[in-house]
Design a protein around this ligand. Structure first.
Ligand SMILES: Nc1nc2c(ncn2[C@@H]2O[C@H](COP(=O)(O)OP(=O)(O)OP(=O)(O)O)[C@@H](O)[C@H]2O)c(=O)[nH]1
Ligand SMILES: [Mg+2]
Length: 178
């Protein structure tokens, strides 16, 4: 990784859209370690990421932004810390259609607490089209209770413009902090 290059990490539960989001942004086809899903993941989708996703994006000034997706299943959580090394910030994707999106969000905010404190994060609520609840309001309330306000958007992880908005916001938040 050249000195000016940076790295963004995508995290979130199984099926929250990490691989989809990185595919939207990446200049190259995403290198994924997706395998056929077994056990409880299978009910949700056919493949799951076991080690990581990788892609990259070149900014107008020529800098490269490396994009890493963490595996969603928590039996691979040893990869999470490894992948955050040298990272610029975190995009946390929360699946609105899972049973308890607020618990999911708090779990990941705890798991990546140190990294977020040192860098920054944005939250994308994905799969809102598959949920009838006001997940945005619910998550906003949880963030207020936790005392941690982070930029949050409803996104479709398959849509370039939605994923771009997340990354541009993260970059803006990070540059405002410097
Ligand atoms: N309806 C709907 N489907 C979505 C949305 N975002 C992603 N998907 C779909 O949700 C599924 C899961 O997306 P993935 O990108 O594989 O999720 P992941 O986070 O990489 O999952 P793991 O690797 O198992 O942790 C895919 O079939 C996507 O096409 C959304 O906003 N709405
Ligand atoms: Mg994946």
């Amino acid at each position: 990784m050249a000195a000016a290059d940076s790295k963004i990490i995508f995290a979130g539960p199984v099926g929250s859209g990490k691989t989809s989001a990185i595919s939207c942004l990446s200049d190259i086809p995403v290198v994924s370690t997706d395998v056929d899903a077994s056990d409880e993941t299978k009910a949700r989708k056919d493949t799951t990421t076991v080690a990581m996703d990788y892609g990259f994006l070149s900014l107008e000034d020529g800098t490269l932004v490396h994009l890493y997706g963490t595996p969603g299943q928590d039996r691979f959580d040893f990869m999470w810390q490894i992948l955050t090394e040298g990272g610029l910030g975190l995009v946390l994707l929360i699946d609105a259609a899972r049973p308890d999106p607020a618990a999911d969000m708090l779990f990941y905010l705890d798991a990546f607490e140190k990294f977020i404190a040192e860098t920054g994060a944005v939250i994308g609520i994905s799969r809102v089209d598959l949920s009838e609840r006001d997940i945005y309001g619910l998550l906003q309330q949880s963030l207020i209770e936790r005392g941690q306000l982070l930029p949050m958007f409803e996104v479709d992880a398959r849509k370039d413009e939605d994923v771009n908005l997340l990354v541009q916001t993260l970059l803006a938040v990070l540059s405002a902090e410097v």
